[in-house]
Design a protein around this ligand. Structure first.
Ligand SMILES: [Zn+2]
Length: 389
């Protein structure tokens, strides 16, 4: 029932609407009109005002027509990463790319387009369905800000899908928690040529500390990275400050906590080894760590209603949908934290966040069929009852 040509045309249209994070207004207006034409009750929330963007999240409710079924959530994000303005889609057989100057924006317009196509099919074929909540979020790419601002108490659905991952046939049910971390390292300034013995280089302290850190893939659950290093004022001044910015992620809260402590300890040990006796006092370089939770982990069991529903839909279509853990975070982490049990279903987007981003349209169509089947099955009474039980 999925109309491939129509889905392709919509994706082509959407990727050509600029929608960098904080500037999703134009695509939100386009989608609001689409949702209303399909009979949805659409509104924009106040997330835009709260984060300084030009629109909030687009929230749409489609009343169901089958009693005693569970409302389901379908969600995707409207924003794209840079370089993402003036996308020129290029179709090579069934593979869609950009012209190489920008990302394609299939992340996450493939998810948006699939949701629209599924709703179109439901309406034109009068397919029985439960209540459906649709949420098109803003600012996913800059810290899941739209989802964080979302008031889920206004949604009916307590389970559902986020469509925001790559290879088709996979359902992401586990994702790590992530912390941002910033370190300030304070050394002692001195003239590098005249009196270097009166200085402590913050750059050297940082270097010694970083050299001892475990970064990259720390263990099966945990990753860590320092992404920025800044410091120094002139080549003839022993630098008195360096700042480091990075992150750590883990599927285990304890390991995440441990990793941040280890990174801090490496810098503190480096600081002690650079202690300097000066004018009868001991100068000890200072380390300040600032840690901020970026998002919480997601960990759905294979017995959770949404996972069972996706597996049933896959079986109906004769395909195996595999559950997986990802190392990335997305709106699904936030929904789960807020008590809406969602898994992240793939849409076919590939090599995302690069100008080489591409998408095989056949994957897009397959994903749309899976989502349609999920929504259709969710309204089949006996299954709905077993999910509730
Ligand atoms: Zn995405």
């Amino acid at each position: 029932m999925i109309q491939e040509q129509r889905l392709k045309d919509l994706l082509l249209e959407l990727v050509q609407i600029d929608s960098l994070s904080l500037r999703e207004g134009k695509i939100a207006r386009r989608l609001k009109q689409e949702m209303e034409s399909l009979g949805g009750l659409a509104r924009i929330d106040d997330a835009g005002e709260r984060v300084g963007g030009d629109t909030g999240n687009l929230i749409v409710h489609f009343p169901g027509n089958v009693p005693r079924t569970l409302p389901i959530l379908l969600s995707a994000h409207m924003d794209t990463v840079k370089p993402g303005e003036g996308v020129v889609p290029v179709l090579d057989g069934n593979v869609l790319r950009s012209d190489g100057r920008t990302v394609l924006g299939g992340d996450d317009k493939s998810g948006v387009a699939i949701i629209c196509e599924v709703l179109r099919v439901l309406k034109e074929n009068q397919v029985p369905h439960s209540d459906i909540d649709v949420v098109f979020t803003i600012c996913e790419e800059v810290g899941l800000l739209g989802a964080k601002c979302l008031d889920v108490s206004k949604l009916k659905a307590r389970f559902g899908l986020v469509l925001d991952s790559d290879s088709v046939g996979f359902l992401f049910t586990k994702a790590p928690a992530a912390n941002h971390v910033e370190f300030e390292i304070q050394g002692l300034e001195a003239h590098a040529g005249v009196c270097p013995e009166r200085g402590v280089s913050a750059i050297q302290v940082a270097a010694a500390g970083i050299a001892n850190m475990k970064l990259g893939r720390v263990d099966d659950d945990t990753t860590a990275n320092l992404g920025f290093i800044e410091g120094g004022t002139a080549i003839n001044v022993i630098p008195n400050s360096v700042s480091l910015r990075g992150e750590a992620r883990s599927h285990s809260e304890e390991k995440l906590e441990q990793q941040i402590q280890d990174m801090t300890r490496c810098l503190e040990e480096a600081a002690s080894s650079y202690a300097l006796k000066i004018d009868g006092n001991v100068f000890l370089p200072k380390i300040e760590a600032k840690v901020e939770r970026q998002y919480d982990r997601m960990d759905l069991s294979n017995e959770s209603p949404i996972v069972k529903l996706v597996h049933s839909a896959g079986q109906k279509l004769g395909m195996q949908v595999e559950t997986l853990a990802t190392g990335g975070g997305c709106d699904a982490n936030v929904f789960n934290k807020k008590g809406v049990e969602v898994a992240n279903l793939s849409t076919g987007m590939r090599d995302i966040h690069t100008v080489k981003e591409w998408l095989d349209l056949n994957d897009l169509y397959t994903s749309a069929r899976i989502v349609f089947e999920i929504v259709r099955l969710n309204a089949v009474a006996d299954l709905a009852t077993s999910l509730k039980g």
